[in-house]
Design a protein around this ligand. Structure first.
Ligand code: KG4
Ligand code: ZN
Length: 339
């Protein structure tokens, strides 16, 4: 008999619901909140309100598209954290009451582990899943980690950022250039026309497998401030080259640590996950490294790179198989417990 998991994701500014039949995707609905664009970043209070408005319609569409009714559901998996507390409370409270009404269990999911487990969602017979153990470079708006994954429930962080996340490096650089939020996709688009070697920015010297991006942001800010003193059109005239150069630097920082992690662990099964894994140049650079280093790579479909509930449902499915259910008095957490 099939297991149907409803996944709920509400950690930041996307309200998402998805249905999985065992590992197979049946629906993955994502409502983006456009209300934040004019503020240049996510406004937590507005995000919670938008989740409250979106959650019921998004779940209804997810069930309809999956061609099932709520009576078919085996369990409800939800993001417990990390994320914005007000946003998480909406998803958590919804999951609890919906499941209670249906008399089915709830499953708590860590958002960062779910990004990694998104590689196990089956879309068609060509879906290729990573073999254990594998390394996952998780790059999102809030986190940058290299994780050694030995099983769905056994993951160890072997490197992480000591300050900004890679997504923040993209978003803050874009903001400095006057581009709209979120800046990552904007830089990605502009960079296609630009020369990645036009400008060079310093790479941080951080020990081991850890990352740092705050120095790069400051270097970029000071570089532009100096250029603008003599040419107030500097950004406008060099937009594509600036985007390509800052993107290239971020990717080089990420890949040099990933290569080191592969060397040190001897693992050549390599995955990327999280919003920044949608970046086209990162994907290309990863494939080029894979060719040289004999890596087997796993790059998520775009719908599973950025925040989505299908990844919450697959993480929930693995816990369902182990009877790992949460109790009704569970509360969300804003900081990651996965460390
Ligand atoms: O995983 P995600 O959707 O949300 C978090 O859990 O944070 O990641 C969002 C981040 C943002 O910083 C956004 O700018 C970045 O992912 N992002 C990208 C691209 N698409 C999304 N960064 C670079 N290139 C992209 N194409
Ligand atoms: Zn995320």
């Amino acid at each position: 008999m099939s297991t149907f998991i409803l996944g709920i994701e509400s950690s930041c500014d996307d309200t998402s619901a998805a249905v999985l039949e065992n590992e197979w995707i049946r629906s993955n609905i994502i409502a983006n909140q456009h209300v934040h664009h004019s503020f240049g970043g996510v406004v937590p209070e507005l995000a919670s309100r938008a989740h409250q408005q979106n959650i019921i319609p998004v779940v209804e569409v997810a069930l309809k598209e999956a061609n099932i009714t709520k009576k078919h559901l085996s369990a409800v998996a939800f993001t417990r954290g990390p994320g914005l507390l007000g946003s998480l409370l909406v998803g958590t409270s919804f999951a609890k009451s919906f499941a209670l009404g249906l008399g089915i269990p709830i499953i708590e999911v860590d958002h960062l582990k779910a990004h990694i487990l998104s590689h196990f969602i089956k879309v068609d017979s060509n879906s290729k899943q990573p073999a254990f153990p594998f390394l996952c470079l998780t790059v999102s708006g809030g986190h940058t980690q290299i994780v050694k994954v030995e099983s769905p429930s056994n993951m160890t962080i072997i490197g992480s950022t000591i300050d900004d996340a890679a997504g923040e490096a993209f978003d803050k650089s874009a903001k400095i250039m006057g581009l709209p939020y979120p800046g990552g996709p904007e830089i990605d688009k502009l960079a296609i026309e630009g020369n990645p070697k036009a400008f060079s920015f310093p790479e941080p010297k951080i020990q081991g497998l850890n990352f740092s991006f705050s120095g790069l942001k400051t270097a970029f800010l000071y570089f532009l401030r100096d250029k603008l003193k003599t040419n107030d059109q500097f950004i406008e005239l060099n937009k594509a080259d600036l985007a390509a150069s800052i993107q290239d630097t971020i990717i080089r920082i990420l890949l040099s640590k990933l290569k080191r992690a592969s060397r040190e662990t001897g693992i050549r099964e390599i995955a990327i996950a999280g919003g920044v894994s949608a970046n086209s140049a990162l994907r290309t650079a990863l494939l080029a490294s894979a060719d040289k280093l004999n890596w087997t790579t796993h790059i998520p479909e775009l719908q599973f790179s950025t925040d989505n509930a299908a990844m919450i449902a697959i993480a929930g499915y693995f816990k369902y198989l182990n009877n790992e259910f949460a109790s009704q008095d569970i509360t969300p957490y804003s900081k990651s417990k996965f460390a």
